[in-house]
Design a protein around this ligand. Structure first.
Ligand code: 4AD
Ligand code: MG
Length: 465
């Protein structure tokens, strides 16, 4: 077949240029038919729908159509015609077919029509070729684009925070070490500890758990910044909502207080839901019909609801007087678990909730203290089916107050001198938050396991692909 520009399936399915010559390239989902005629469902990933290719058996050498099997990759030249069959508006009458890559029917794992999501996780290299993962991956793309669009349209600058970091001040979770030292025979200090001054960076380094501290440095110059990058946490939490490697979006705003922070978080999330409804219609409809028939309604509901705002203290009162039995008991001062968060959102209020005023002892050192001296200006956004989707706070901008906190929490000043410097030179009130990208995608797709909304999940004992 001569070299030609291909037509994308997404464009052809909308085309009305019947009789015109077209070229499509893609992967065969199914082939059916009889001795006279073959119907090939072809998908190129541009859209969830397949285009039907009609091949009259007599027009092709026998060995060509034999090699066209489920999973094979082909190029087709043909004429676009109005479809005779049901379920599609156009189809292609093939005049030439070239097989780029065969897929052996015996061993191709996606031969059978129905497989479990667990099975797909074991073939993460092939699962993008399924309807489900095609839909999830296209929605994931649309959401990352929408995130950049939202911030760009609101005057924020994209700041690239480092992935390798020498600081672990955030305290958000256990960290992965980054080292080039010989693991069998590392240089040792007289006291027996590893001598990291001989390591690549001349100090101990880790993979970052958050870009926030660097975003704060950016906000103290550009006023409005956001990061959007991979973050890493080495906790051994095997839950449907935790990954060891996940992506986080962290806006940081000079001159914002905690209320401005909440307003931004709510507006941002609603914008993303609306963007998905406007731009991912076919994929959402597929997921709605296959996995979760309340999905689209839930997205619309979140847009129209005003998020409920209350304090942690009020939430604890509600939970204690709820009459529910909890796996993890609630008492003022304990961290809320997913079961508590979901009760508030799904049962008590029936809409997203923003909790503020958390006890200082369960939150990070940088959060601004309230006048009561016991609670901090934290805010967590809790969503139906997800629990915590956003965590954020107003930051402590006062040097003395911040110093008191880091001493109280025994964080060595020398580890955060640059962070303290920002409070010495032109400090300003500021606030920010972190949105877990995969938690967002879980909500928008209606999938129930976080391993199914990232192409190659990193979880305990799992980094095969
Ligand atoms: O609440 P977290 O730990 O907050 C921070 O890291 C702050 N530095 C954010 C900020 O203020 N700039 O994490 C933020 C969000 C959580 O609400 C959750 O959505 C997500 O990140 N998240 C995870 N997502 C997947 N797997 C994990 N292990 C996650 N840990 C947190
Ligand atoms: Mg949190």
């Amino acid at each position: 077949m001569e070299h030609t520009r291909r037509n994308k399936v997404v464009d052809l399915l909308k085309s009305k240029e019947y009789g015109g010559e077209v070229f499509v390239k893609g992967w065969v989902r199914t082939k059916r038919g009889n001795k006279k005629i073959n119907f090939i469902a072809l998908n190129d990933g541009s859209v969830i729908h397949h285009i039907q290719v009609v091949a009259e058996v007599a027009n092709f050498p026998e060995e060509v159509l034999k090699r066209v099997t489920t999973g094979s990759c082909i190029a087709v030249k043909g004429i676009l015609v109005e479809s005779q069959g049901q379920g599609q508006s156009v189809e292609i009458q093939a005049t030439a077919i070239e097989v780029y890559g065969v897929a052996d029917s015996e061993s191709y794992p996606l031969q059978k029509k129905e497989h479990s999501l667990e099975f797909f996780r074991e073939i993460a290299h092939l699962r993008p070729r399924t309807n489900t993962f095609g839909a999830v991956l296209r929605i994931r793309h649309a959401m990352s684009f929408a995130i950049h669009k939202y911030f760009n349209d609101h005057g924020f600058f994209y700041l690239h925070a480092p992935i390798i970091t020498g600081s672990d001040a955030e305290g958000a979770g256990a960290m992965f070490r980054v080292t080039t030292l010989d693991d069998k025979n590392p240089p040792l200090l007289p006291d027996g500890h590893v001598d990291y001054s001989q390591d690549f960076f001349g100090k101990e380094t880790k993979l970052t758990v958050s870009g926030q501290l660097e975003a704060e440095l950016g906000a103290m110059a550009l006023s409005l910044v956001y990061t959007f990058g991979p973050t890493f946490r080495a906790e051994n939490s095997n839950t449907p909502r935790h990954l060891a490697e996940f992506w986080m979006i962290e806006p940081e705003m000079a001159f914002y207080d905690i209320y401005d922070d909440m307003d931004l978080a709510e507006d941002f999330l609603k914008y993303l839901m609306q963007y998905a409804l406007d731009h991912c219609h076919d994929d959402l409809e597929f997921l709605n019909n296959k996995y979760d028939n309340e999905l689209i309604d839930r997205l619309k509901q979140v847009i129209s609801d005003q998020f409920e705002r209350l304090t942690y203290t009020e939430a604890v009162e509600i939970l204690k007087s709820s009459g529910q039995t909890w796996e993890f008991p609630v008492d003022w001062g304990t961290d809320l678990q997913a079961e508590h968060e979901r009760y508030l959102v799904e049962k008590h209020f029936g809409k997203p909730v923003i909790l503020t005023g958390y006890p200082k002892d369960i939150k990070a050192f940088y959060m601004k203290m309230n006048e009561d001296g016991r609670t901090v200006r934290a805010m967590d956004v809790l969503f139906p089916k997800i629990g915590e989707i956003i965590g954020g706070s107003q930051r402590e901008e006062n040097l003395d107050a911040l110093l008191a906190r880091i001493h109280e929490m025994k964080i060595p000043e020398k580890d955060v001198w640059w962070y303290l410097d920002i409070r010495k030179f032109g400090t300003a009130p500021h606030a920010g938050f972190g949105l877990g990208f995969e938690r967002l995608i879980l909500f928008v797709t209606g999938m129930s396991n976080i391993r199914d909304v990232i192409p190659f999940p990193r979880t305990p004992k799992n980094a095969e692909f």
